[in-house]
Design a protein around this ligand. Structure first.
Ligand SMILES: *Cc1c(COP(=O)(O)O)cnc(C)c1O
Length: 393
């Protein structure tokens, strides 16, 4: 027997390469910031979710170092056995107060938070009602729950109501991203809450791209719509605007306690590390004190979006600093991204399967860390590349 049992791998990898779907991953040689270094070259960074520049903020770095001196680095265990430290509790309390919820549970990532919350709340015989563009971690958490999954058209409240009106089994849970990461549009949360109320469903919103971005001082999507106490579960991540790593589940005491008791990634995977936890706590404290960086982020977003539209580009349906510069054809978009890279801008192309065929775009992630000079350089470069490729006049 010398049949190669791993013989399926190479043909599949080659197929990915041929279809342009193979992920060639770049390595950053220094910190995440407005500019990054790749292959010895400095590039303006439009790829990261580091909305507020917190990923390498001096105050946050110091908080992580101080916490290491006090608590070490590793949590040593899962949270339920011996992995919960004072920093975890502090973060949970201060984050809950910042977000205006009764309670908060800190877990290892945003992805993990969805795997914790969804299968705790629904199971076999229940129903999840999910926006068609929800994040992969919501989809995977939903599948893991073994509940029946019904999908409604993106942000379409008629479609949601059609689903809710149909004959649904067991407990009902409506789940939506708060801010959608490919187009930068916002879920109509007040309408979702109203429909949930009418049809007796629980509500859950994943605020990964909303935290630190929308709401007062970046308090998130629920604050943005002033819906405090009306959304059952909020999922958060510390890896985007907060600049670190980790996730949270927020809501009433009752629901957070229930998820704490029931969820498997919380029970069987170790706690968030000390430096991550302390760094996130510092990020929350900075935001609780001042909304100045959030204002800077929005100023930068408005400036770049107006500028790029004036050049003749379409920025789709964005309502947030996520800026899709629509190109259309996947090959054009790839070429656009390559030329930007050569000119000193790191901005990836996003194509199928992340977005529909013919809707390829360069996704520009604006940060408060960008200066006016950076954004002017970007606008000049977009104009030059756009004209070279005959996409604008
Ligand atoms: C990024 C993202 C996540 C994953 O968060 P991590 O903390 O990076 O695991 C989950 N949900 C949504 C909507 C996201 O955009």
């Amino acid at each position: 027997m010398n049949k190669d049992v791993l013989g399926f791998i190479n043909p599949e990898l080659e197929e990915l390469e041929q279809k342009g779907l193979y992920k060639h991953i770049r390595t950053l040689e220094g910190p995440q910031g407005a500019w990054v270094e790749i292959d010895g070259k400095k590039l303006l960074n439009f790829c990261s979710n580091n909305y507020l520049g917190f990923a390498a903020d001096e105050r946050i770095k110091k908080a992580a170092k101080d916490a290491i001196d006090r608590y070490g680095v590793g949590p040593g265990a899962v949270r339920t056995i011996a992995g919960t430290m004072t920093v975890h509790k502090q973060l949970e309390e201060e984050l809950a107060s910042f977000k205006g919820v009764e309670a908060c549970l800190v877990v290892q990532s945003g992805f993990s938070a969805n795997l914790c919350a969804i299968p705790s709340l629904v199971g076999k015989g229940d129903t999840i009602i999910s926006d068609e563009l929800n994040h992969a971690s919501i989809i995977d958490g939903s599948r893991l729950s073994r509940a029946d999954i019904k999908v409604y058209a993106h942000n379409d409240m008629d479609s949601l109501e059609q689903v809710l009106k149909s004959d649904l089994q067991g407990r009902k849970l409506i789940i939506s991203d708060g801010v959608f990461s490919m187009d930068g549009d916002i879920a109509p949360l007040p309408d979702i809450v109203e429909l949930a109320d009418k049809y007796g469903a629980m509500t859950m919103v994943d605020d990964a791209h909303g935290e630190g971005v929308v709401g007062r001082s970046g308090r998130g999507i629920v604050d943005h719509f002033d819906l405090h106490g009306q959304v059952d579960v909020e999922i958060g991540t510390f890896s985007k605007a907060l600049g670190v790593m980790g996730g949270c589940i927020a809501g009433s005491e009752r629901i957070v306690e229930y998820i704490k008791q029931k969820s498997r990634p919380f029970t069987f995977s170790s706690a968030l590390t000390v430096p991550d936890t302390a760094a996130t706590l510092e990020a929350v404290r900075i935001l609780a004190e001042s909304g100045q960086l959030v204002e800077q982020l929005w100023d930068n977003a408005r400036y770049f979006q107006e500028g790029v539209r004036k050049l003749g580009f379409d920025t789709g349906k964005t309502e947030t600093p996520i800026t899709p510069v629509m190109i259309g054809d996947a090959k054009d978009s790839l070429e656009f991204s390559k030329r930007l890279f050569d000119a000193g801008i790191f901005a990836t192309t996003i194509g199928f399967p992340l977005v529909a065929h013919g809707a390829a775009r360069i996704r520009v992630m604006i940060s408060a860390a960008h200066s006016r000079k950076d954004l002017d350089f970007a606008l000049e470069t977009f104009a030059k590349v756009g004209r070279e490729l005959d996409l604008i006049s």
